[in-house]
Structures are given as structure tokens and as C-alpha cells.
Design a protein around this ligand. Sequence first.
Ligand code: URA
Length: 204
Amino acid sequence: LHEARQAAPPATPLAALRQQASACTRCPLHCHATQTVFGEGPEAADLMFVGEQPGDREDLAGRPFVGPAGQLFDRTLGEVGIDRGRAYVTNAVKHFKFEPRGKRRIHRTPNAGEVERCRWWLEQEIEAVKPRLVVAMGATALGALTGRKQRLGDVRGRLLPFGGGRSLFVTVHPSYLLRIPDPVRAAGEMTQFRNDLATIASKT
Ligand code: URA
């Protein structure tokens, strides 16, 4: 007789969440994406970064920020002395939204409804990790975290109260930096992003 084999229960609340999220059908984005890309990092990280949604590379790898934007993010973290391994890194939306074009999959911005449906996971991640500082990278993350439409430029670059003794810090999304065609402007924006991350490094 064989004993019924059961998968071991998840070891932590975050592991349980990750497992639940892997089967998420809260919005239609799961239909075409390869897999859920849940956040990753230490369960008790003090610092949490929130992006928009996984891109093509993240969708295939099942990990956040591993493509071109992730490489820029990693490099800049290194320049300001933040070890990514001590941060929890996640996205506002956990499935890749795209439009097929030939062999390529072109990123499409998630709509308000998709962000709203996925907010549930983000809130659970914050609840489980309990970071002291949450960093919104870009307008989608800002909207998901605050539930409000605000101009990024109005709130960028300083600590804002976020409830529960937590702070929110707002900066641009690294993908935005990769899309600036004018090299002089791109360099200026890059410097500002690096300064933002340096401010975060000094606060954590
Ligand atoms: N852009 C994001 O917002 N998140 C990722 O994980 C990758 C690219």
C-alpha cells in the first residue's frame, strides 16, 4: 500500500501567499502569462521595492526585475551600496500583460481594474514582510500603494508617512530611464534616480 503523498505545507505566511498567488485568477491576465511572478526577498526585509508588472524576461523566469530594467536597478543599487538581497522586491501586478507582435511580446500597461484586483496580493505582502520603508517605482506602483492618482513629481524623493509606522518613498521606474531617447536627458534622469536610491540607502 502506498501512502498518499502530500506536498509539505508552506513554511511561512509569505510562502503560503506565494503558493496561493501561483494559482491566481483574480483578473484575466493569468490567461496569457506564463506564470505568476510573485515578490522575492527576505520575509523580514526592512525595505520593499514595488515595480509595475513583470516584463517578458520576468514572465519566463518567474522572478521580478531580472530583465533589462532589473539589470539597471541592480547596477544602481550596487552604486549606492544597497544589497538587493536584503530587500523584498515585488510588483504592483503579478502577471505580464502584453500584446503579441510577430515573435515579440510587447509590454502593455495594466489598467486600473487589473491593478485594483492585484492590490490584494501587494497588501498581503506588506502585511507579511512588514517593511519599514516601501519604495514605489513609477506611477503604477504609486497608485497601487496609495489608491490615489498623484503626480509622481509632486511626491518624489522624500519620505512620506504610509501608516503603521511605515514610510513611503517615490521614485521613477527603471524602465522609464531606458526609454529616454535624448542621451543628455537620460543621463540627468539617471543621476536623479541614483540620488533617490542614495537617499533610500541613507534612511535604511
Ligand atoms: N518592470 C517591472 O515593473 N517589474 C519587473 O519585474 C520588470 C520590469
